[in-house]
Design a protein around this ligand. Sequence first.
Ligand SMILES: [Zn+2]
Length: 72
Amino acid sequence: MTTPTRQATTPCPCCRQPKARSLYLCSLCWGTLPGLTRRALSRRDSKAMDRLQELHRQLAAGRPLAEIQVTP
Ligand SMILES: [Zn+2]
């Protein structure tokens, strides 16, 4: 059985450290992303889901965080 209060965190898709559910990455990984990528990912518009998928695709491909780019 799972406790609802323990679900406030999820593992970071990059380093597997626990992070807040509302964040895409833990603060350490987030800080490693290029500024332009961070800014694009922070925007909550109709393309937000596409950008998240681009991020996850590149993480899955083993691309270094500092080189990840998403649709601006
Ligand atoms: Zn991380």
